[in-house]
Design a protein around this ligand. Structure first.
Ligand SMILES: C[S@@+](CC[C@H](N)C(=O)[O-])C[C@H]1O[C@@H](n2cnc3c(N)ncnc32)[C@H](O)[C@@H]1O
Length: 428
């Protein structure tokens, strides 16, 4: 397919996403099944167009004077991919699969100046979230929003139980991975421009042998900060598919014991194969049956709560969720998080550590939760985050990452990672 045909296909996919309220990944897959002639390069380019359209949905719509799928996709070509109205119209004229030529208003969109647009438009965030983001980041909040519109890098965590970073770098040399800036076992491959494809690392023999996992560097950092030590008894209360469980097992050198639990059987299901592939021998999966964790009450050195959240820290990867988020969904997540903090506290022994993690950047899910929990549970005090950073990552905590309540917030702008929050509390 040529570029104009790819634009038409992206408009079709985005229409499907918006009309049927479908996740982008599902709509892209359906399009691929119905258009088997399209190659991997076509599918990657169409996916990039759709995701880029959603990443900057608000500013693209204002620039183009419309939020139709056509307007948004053309905006990507004009405002992100360095095309011009002339280059597009010339390409459209010689391609029978092309969209119709640009209108006058669409042509103006290429050079629209949004300097005077409302702040939420410039930040490309839903307007109702602007006060929360301003509370989290102060005057920087628009820049933080803008940074969330970029494409994420592909990050890997080298599994120290099976391999050293050099071995993985050699195995993946064709993709030129670089050591990550912060996570000690992290490797990273920057996202390419326009129609660049994400390297398919999961067919590499190193992946199949468990030498590495695909994991955002932010997730690796918070797992390292959790500070699990050799020989400890650790409960991973929201283990899901086990991303953090695997990282914790590696820092514990396969000693002690991790109990991996999740209330959702389907989310937990992939953990069994992943533990096996990673050579993890110190993890016990606890399926969500009645009384599944009763024997652990009061016995854990560490309880990790990787809480269900709005996922605002992952807007670069799942930009459709940015526009679907509602105050009701945020309130629902907040009440789940508050309940999980109370639940987690039951399993800790005296002197144990509660590690609270979200992939959200909203204070309502982060500092506010911890402040409310501490007020009701005075036996918990915050662990010094700068000290935790130094001992886990062997560097000084970069300025500006610590939050007011004593937690830590990573963001694409600050650390070139997904947005993550972590706060550690010690039980007296
Ligand atoms: C952010 S995800 C966990 C991701 C996982 N830790 C990882 O690193 O791959 C949150 C998880 O919390 C689980 N969850 C939600 N409510 C829960 C509860 N009350 N008890 C245990 N798990 C719960 C969800 O099923 C979901 O898998």
């Amino acid at each position: 397919m040529r570029f104009p045909g790819r634009l038409s296909a992206a408009i079709e996919v985005l229409t499907d996403v918006e009309q049927r309220k479908r996740p982008v990944s599902e709509a892209l897959k359906a399009w691929g099944i119905n258009n088997r002639f399209a190659g991997a390069g076509d599918r990657a380019a169409i996916g990039n167009l759709v995701y880029d359209a959603l990443r900057r949905r608000a500013s693209h719509a204002i620039a183009m004077g419309s939020d139709s799928p056509r307007a948004l996709v053309l905006a990507v070509a004009l405002r992100d991919w360095a095309e011009t109205p002339e280059s597009l119209n010339a390409a459209f004229a010689s391609d029978s699969h092309a969209p119709v030529p640009l209108s006058e208003e669409e042509t103006k969109g290429a050079t629209a100046d949004l300097a005077a647009a409302p702040a939420a438009i410039r930040a490309d965030v839903p307007e109702w979230l602007a006060p929360s983001l301003e509370r989290a980041f102060g005057a920087d909040w628009i820049g933080e929003g803008e940074a969330m519109t970029g494409r994420p890098s592909l990050d890997l965590r080298v599994n120290a139980l099976k391999a050293a970073p050099e071995k993985v770098m050699k195995s993946l040399a064709r993709f030129a991975p670089e050591p990550a800036a912060i996570a000690p076992f992290g490797l990273t491959m920057p996202a390419g421009p326009r129609d660049a494809r994400t390297p398919n690392v999961t067919t590499d023999e190193g992946y199949l042998k468990g030498w590495f996992e695909v994991q955002d560097q932010g997730s690796q950092i918070v797992a390292a900060l959790a500070g699990a030590r050799e020989g400890e008894q650790v409960l991973d209360l929201c283990a899901g598919a086990g991303g953090k469980t695997l990282a914790l097992a590696a820092t514990m050198g396969n000693s002690g014991q991790i109990f991996a639990y999740d209330s959702d059987r389907a989310r937990l299901a992939p953990i069994y194969d992943r533990l096996k592939r990673n050579g993890v021998r110190n993890a016990q999966v606890r399926a969500p049956n009645d009384g599944a964790l009763d024997d652990l009450v009061g016995k854990m050195d560490r309880v990790v709560v990787d809480a269900p959240c709005t996922g605002t820290g992952t807007w670069r990867r799942r930009p459709d969720t940015k526009w679907k988020l509602t105050p009701e969904l945020l309130a629902q997540r907040q009440s789940e998080q508050a309940a999980l903090l109370v639940e987690a506290a039951r399993y800790l022994k005296s002197g144990g550590t509660l590690v609270y993690i979200t992939c959200s950047i909203l204070p309502e899910e982060n500092d506010d939760q911890i402040t409310a929990f501490r007020a009701a549970h005075p036996e918990f005090t915050s662990v010094d985050i700068a000290g935790a950073w130094r001992s886990a990552l062997i560097t000084d905590l970069p300025a500006g990452l610590a939050t007011q309540a004593g937690g830590l917030c990573l963001t694409p702008r600050r650390t070139r990672t997904d947005g993550f929050y972590v706060h550690m509390l010690r039980k007296a």
